[in-house]
Design a protein around this ligand. Structure first.
Ligand code: OGA
Ligand code: NI
Length: 357
């Protein structure tokens, strides 16, 4: 399978990329000139140059002084209007960020046999798993990405079994990110007049952190493929570190316009997820976004999805309804929402419809 014009039958492709754990990286390494059919987006789902907004950009908020009320106001405003912003001067040392990006490199450069130890059926713990695409057995079109996903639960010891080449860097990044996550949630909840902030944050909004080391390999036909289809995250918020390659786009003000999230050195991208939209009864908006792929450079991103614990009951907070608003959403157990999201292909903001009354 080394010829430049390898053609895959679908079953062979799934076997090679998914079951054997070679992923998109394996395909990219074969030196193929054309991507397999299963990765080709229908024309209407491709992001064209003329859909890229020229007159809108994503706010970059300097958080060096969290206590400044102007900062809180900009964060709440960005969460309400766009559902996405970047933060700088957040206090995580650049070295910690560089190390976690490098950890992605180290993991994916492991010999095939070592990497395969983290496929679902082999992994020493369910809290770490090597994956490709979003939900490869459910999707019509596969995504041009591979990732190592980690579930971090406070007081859970299973992180000891994460890959030794990347575990320390991931744990160090989580350690630094946690106080920032708390601070962001605290400001956002204050904006909703929530009274029991500490308890609500810990017990309802950040019970599980999913950290992914994402690898978007160079793609021979970047205009035909996607790194992630249009979707909103189902988290409360997502904190995302990206390198300088670019490719993340968020929904613009006009329906068919997309804003590039320009990489800023040392910045973290914050996406509002469905859970925050639901608990705020639509005061805050989860942001629809997508990822394009690159023809010349590999890209890395490291999202932390800040999710409620699986058994948390999620629904509009009473404070968000105090002015007599009608609740837009039902109360539901978060694991049902989560399982539904992963049971189908990515589809815009489809999952949140499930939660509507
Ligand atoms: C995601 C996502 C964006 C990126 O993993 O949900 O949207 O830039 N990632 O990798
Ligand atoms: Ni996302």
């Amino acid at each position: 399978m080394s010829a430049a014009s390898v053609e895959f039958e679908l079953t062979d492709l799934i076997d090679f990329a998914v079951n054997q754990g070679n992923g998109v990286k394996g395909l990219s390494n074969l030196g193929i000139k054309t991507i397999p059919q299963k990765y080709i987006l229908p024309p209407e789902d491709r992001l064209n140059q003329n859909q890229i907004a020229q007159d809108e950009s994503i706010a970059v908020i300097d958080v060096s002084n969290w206590d400044d009320p102007k900062i809180a106001a900009s964060i709440c405003e960005a969460a309400a209007k766009r559902g996405c912003f970047q933060i700088i001067n957040h206090g995580i040392p650049l070295e910690v960020l560089e190390n976690v990006k490098e950890a992605r490199h180290k993991f994916f450069e492991l010999p095939d046999e070592e990497r395969r130890k983290y496929l679902k059926e082999n992994s020493p713990t369910p809290t770490v798993q090597l994956k490709t695409s979003f939900s490869p057995l459910a999707e019509k079109v596969l995504e041009w990405k591979d990732y190592l996903t980690h579930l971090y639960i406070p007081d859970d010891e299973s992180s000891k079994l994460w890959p030794s080449v990347s575990k320390d860097q991931v744990l160090e990044y989580i350690k630094w990110a946690k106080p920032i996550i708390r601070k962001l949630l605290e400001l956002l909840l204050k904006g909703l007049n929530v009274k029991k902030i500490d308890e609500t944050i810990e017990s309802q909004l950040m019970g599980s952190l999913y950290v992914n080391l994402v690898y978007y390999p160079v793609c021979p036909n970047p205009e035909l493929a996607s790194g992630a289809g249009r979707h909103s995250d189902i988290s409360a918020i997502t904190i995302l570190l990206q390198d300088d390659v670019g490719g993340l786009f968020v929904q613009g003000t006009k329906a068919d316009q997309w804003i590039h999230v320009t990489p800023v050195k040392g910045a973290l991208v914050i996406n509002i997820g469905d859970v925050l939209q639901i608990v705020s009864n639509d005061r805050y908006k989860s942001v629809e976004h997508q990822v394009t792929v690159n023809g010349r450079r590999n890209r890395v991103s490291v999202p932390i999805f800040v999710d409620p614990a699986a058994d948390t009951v999620v629904g509009p907070f009473p404070e968000a309804l105090e002015s007599g608003e009608k609740p837009i959403y039902k109360h539901f157990v978060y694991s049902d929402y989560f399982n539904y999201f992963f049971s189908k292909g990515l589809g815009r903001k489809q999952t949140i419809e499930l939660a509507k009354k």
